[in-house]
Design a protein around this ligand. Sequence first.
Ligand SMILES: [Zn+2]
Length: 285
Amino acid sequence: MQGLEVPDVERWSERVVVVRGLNPGWFTGPGTNTFLIGTGRRPLLLDTGAGKAGYIPLLEGALAEHCGTDAPGDVLLTHVHPDHIGGAADVLARFGPRRVSKLPWPGRDERFDVVLTPAADGDIFRTEGATLHALYTPGHAQDHLCYWLEEERALFTGDVILGAGTTVIPTEGGDMGLYLATLERLLDLDLDRIYPAHGPAIDAPHAKIREYLEHRLARESQIVEALEDGVDEIGPIVERIYVDTPRELYPAAGQSVRAHLLKLEREGRAARADTGPDAERWTAL
Ligand SMILES: [Zn+2]
């Protein structure tokens, strides 16, 4: 996904404007997408980028040019990862206090100097021209919310589904079993589009969700095969199955592999020798 050329500000629909977080990289692709949502003078701001210099002027310009206004309304967050919440303090400092809603992650939210309002599955957020429904979607992060935009039957997927590449299931707060259940839940939604937090919009949402499910199950099969062949450590498993992946992404791939192994362990399909986190050895059952 790195190297995708995208404009810093782009209108995706009559009520959705994307403003990039200006934080391109291996894990963020062209950078985090933040969104101004609505048709009135106080559009909701969904996610705030990483707190990069340049983001606030970019946001000001997008508000003036695309929304005909000088400030966003309330702020919504998909999850606490720094490339989503990291700009929140700057937004409040520039535009003044406003509500910042997210699903709480006690112990992690406190790393960011922002007063947060708890949000939960089923909450509804309204502004002129837009109605957003929060959906609890754990797996990539334990506090992850997606937001379904009623007027467009579109889903803001945060890091659950990306515009390119696949999602990392991190060791801290990630869970492969929950992630697969989240994807199954998203398949049941009435959806015309996906607006991901990284990369371009997705016009065939159900096909993309199925592709993600199939990809994870394919990885799981590869991991089971590796175990059956006697490859018993995460590093060598990554070397064996992530042959088309840049090595810079191997540590992240290792976290996703471990998330698969923990799921297999819970299902009684793999076992872990108790040799500590740095020298875990795994076998197929
Ligand atoms: Zn994330």
